[in-house]
Design a protein around this ligand. Structure first.
Ligand SMILES: Nc1ncnc2c1ncn2[C@@H]1O[C@H](COP(=O)(O)OP(=O)(O)OP(=O)(O)O)[C@@H](O)[C@H]1O
Length: 247
């Protein structure tokens, strides 16, 4: 049984169909990339999975249990949560307090504080736990976002552009961290505009365009897929990066 299964899901905003009869599955231990042009429906798909946008049609199951209709905290308790696009930390709060907000899902304040410290140690931010989030560098902020997600105790963590403001070297460090966390039993779905990063990190890639899945496959296959090149990557990319999927 797949960890996450989405079947014919539809999300509408008035007359606009942002997610259109979308079906895919994610197996335990996978890192799956979700790519597509601006407005393709990536963030809406994530919001639908975690209960922030309502699927008007279709079925979504996590570990075989129905997700549609549940509230975000109920879905998070089942083990699926997401980070927020463009890193949305409480800047005046401490790094620790930011992560406690995630950990409170699983316990009282005292246990959440202990758990948040453990998670911060795990992502390499133990030394800055008591600093205001505003003082952190962009790569540190990306780690706090991941830590906040981890603090909820996820089986599957959806990363929404956590690498957006990073240099290639900083991205590689985050890629390394995500791979280690996968080794520790967490499954990931990753939205990222930086192609090299998402292709390096992902086992498998789903491509969205106008809310529909237009392709699915290994990074290598996706980078050569004619529909994907036309809808998203562009001919220039295909020419420059022919055969290349890693930095
Ligand atoms: N709350 C909303 N109300 C109305 N329309 C929305 C809402 N959120 C998203 N949309 C629309 O739904 C479509 C999908 O948007 P979404 O943000 O999911 O795309 P995306 O692939 O994440 O884009 P980006 O790469 O720019 O983040 C777009 O046409 C967008 O304008």
């Amino acid at each position: 049984m797949s960890l996450l299964k989405v079947e014919d899901a539809v999300v509408r905003f008035g007359g606009l169909t942002a997610v259109d009869t979308l079906s895919f599955a994610v197996e335990e231990g996978e890192i799956v990339g979700l790519i597509g042009p601006n407005g393709a429906g990536k963030t809406t798909s994530f919001n639908m999975l975690v209960g922030l946008a309502r699927a008007a049609e279709g079925r979504i199951t996590l570990d075989g249990r129905k997700v549609v209709g549940l509230r975000p905290h109920e879905i998070a308790r089942m083990g699926m949560t997401k980070t927020f696009q463009n890193v949305s930390l409480f800047m005046e709060s401490s790094v620790l307090d930011n992560v406690i907000t995630g950990a409170l899902l699983r316990g009282n304040l005292a246990s959440a504080r202990t758990r948040a410290r453990q998670v911060l140690e795990r992502v390499g931010l133990g030394a800055v736990a008591d600093r205001p989030a505003a003082e952190l560098s962009f790569p540190e902020r990306a780690r706090v976002e991941i830590a906040r997600g981890l603090a909820t105790g996820p089986k599957i963590l959806l990363l929404d552009e956590v690498m957006a403001a990073l240099t290639p070297a900083e991205m590689n460090e985050i890629i390394e961290l995500v791979r280690e966390l996968r080794g520790e039993g967490i499954t990931f779905v990753v939205v990222e505009h930086h192609m090299k990063a998402v292709m390096t990190l992902s086992d498998r890639i789903l491509v969205l365009n106008f809310g529909q899945k237009i392709a699915e496959g290994t990074p290598e296959a996706i980078s050569k897929d004619r529909r994907v090149i036309e809808a998203y990557l562009g001919r220039e990319w295909a020419g420059e990066h022919a055969g290349e999927t890693a930095p």
